[in-house]
Design a protein around this ligand. Structure first.
Ligand code: NAG
Ligand code: NAG
Ligand code: NAG
Ligand code: NAG
Ligand code: NAG
Ligand code: NAG
Ligand code: NAG
Ligand code: ZN
Length: 347
């Protein structure tokens, strides 16, 4: 687990380099990065929502002059959703953890930054860090049963919770696209909308993670300078790069395992182009945070997601082509297996 958290920190440093103008600044960033990498704790479990929020309040209380603590919204259950703004640099960075409540890896990163940032004044002078320790506290609480391990697939499945698409933070931003519209953001999405409006971010990092397979990335701009590093990161840390196809056929592949972000607009257009069915009948939920950035004119904001798995197998790195077997065949075979196991459950 230390590995994964270390990695997420490294992505940020790579991204920050885009904003730095001089080699001196880049050298300084790399030095800071190395020092931070060495100080990442060896986490053995995930933190509960109480622990994350408690830590946030303690940090705000300890550094009253450097931290602005505010609630950007209230969850469906009425719990406050806090955001901490740290530093006063000209570049605005927004990081939000637990957009999917079964994906808490990024909450470790935020928790780490809540202490580490104060040890590097350069980071506070060049950037303003807006951190949401947990944007979906209700859903995350429902996952806490597996946060202390044992980290087995069975335990994860047993205590797993994830809302349906129409209730997810990341999929209910208001949007109008051609004949489709969605105007009922969830409470948690409203909180994130407020955070985005308030911070007008130059960089947004949605801290998702995946369950299985190899690592891959979503990024809003083809920043090809950093792609080779992104591709190499997994192997330097004993992980695998996912070399298979994208999660959705309507994203653009910029490089191996690096894709344009998920977008409702692109999904609609894809259905419109390749089917004879009204796309509206196939859509549900709202826009993504990337859609929302465009919707409000923040088209130059860099949006990043890094999908790193809990469980991996070297099989994902095997790119042997199996003759005459398409992905369609494999997916259909998977569906047949699902049917078989359901049949066994009910009989
Ligand atoms: C909250 O943080 C304080 C200070 O670190 C600690 O003493 C206390 O035990 C924490 N409470 C919980 C519920 O984590
Ligand atoms: C959740 O959002 C709904 C719709 O905007 C609102 O009426 C309700 O007050 C919100 N709930 C809380 C606890 O803020
Ligand atoms: C940022 O905060 C530091 C420390 O409080 C202060 O010295 C500096 O002047 C501030 N810079 C800006 C641009 O507000
Ligand atoms: C929207 O719907 C109307 C009526 O169903 C249809 O005529 C039109 O072609 C649709 N527009 C788009 C962009 O799909
Ligand atoms: C930003 O994106 C929106 C949605 O795609 C588009 O309508 C708008 O023209 C874009 N604005 C700029 C300045 O590129
Ligand atoms: C890679 O996959 C192929 C086809 O399934 C298989 O024959 C081969 O043994 C695999 N290689 C490794 C190293 O697992
Ligand atoms: C693959 O399919 C082609 C065309 O259907 C066929 O000619 C060929 O013999 C098949 N190869 C294998 C290994 O099944
Ligand atoms: Zn996710």
């Amino acid at each position: 687990m230390a590995t994964t958290n270390t990695m997420v920190w490294r992505y940020i440093v790579l991204l920050l380099m885009i904003y730095t103008s001089s080699t001196d600044e880049i050298t300084k960033l790399i030095t800071i990065s190395d020092s931070l990498m060495n100080s990442v704790p060896d986490y053995s479990r995930f933190f509960t929502v109480d622990e994350l929020f408690n830590h946030s309040r303690v940090v705000a209380f300890t550094h009253p002059n450097l931290v602005k603590y505010q609630n950007v919204g209230y969850s469906r259950n009425g719990e406050a959703i806090p955001m901490l703004s740290i530093g006063n640099g000209s570049k605005s960075l927004l990081l939000y953890a637990c957009p999917h409540p079964n994906e808490p890896i990024g909450s470790l990163l935020v928790d780490f930054l809540l202490d580490a940032l104060f040890e590097h004044i350069d980071l506070l002078e060049a950037y303003t860090w807006h951190l949401l320790p947990c944007v979906d506290p209700d859903g995350t609480r429902l996952n806490e049963g597996w946060f202390s391990g044992p980290f087995t697939i069975r335990n994860y499945a047993q205590y797993f919770y994830r809302p349906r698409t129409e209730e997810q933070v990341e999929w209910t931003f208001p949007i109008v696209h051609k004949n489709y519209s969605w105007s009922t953001p969830s409470n948690e999405t409203q909180a994130l909308m407020n955070a985005i409006q308030f911070t007008q971010p130059d960089f947004v990092y949605g801290l998702h993670n995946s369950g299985f397979g190899g690592m891959y990335y979503y990024i809003s701009q083809p920043l090809s300078d950093i792609f080779p590093e992104l591709e190499q990161l997994p192997s330097t840390l004993g992980l695998f790069l996912a070399k298979g196809e994208a999660e959705s056929p309507w994203v653009t592949q910029f490089a191996p395992a690096i894709f344009s972000p998920l977008s409702l607009r692109n999904a609609y257009d894809y259905y419109e182009k390749y089917t004879h069915i009204d796309p509206v009948s196939m859509m549900s939920g709202g826009g993504t945070s990337f859609d929302y950035l465009e919707e409000i004119g923040l088209n130059n904001t860099i949006f990043l997601m890094a999908e790193l798995p809990y469980f991996q197998s070297p099989v994902v790195a095997n790119d042997t082509i199996i003759p005459n077997r398409t992905e369609r065949d494999v997916l259909l075979q998977g569906l047949d297996k699902d049917d078989e196991s359901l049949f066994q459950c009910f009989n």
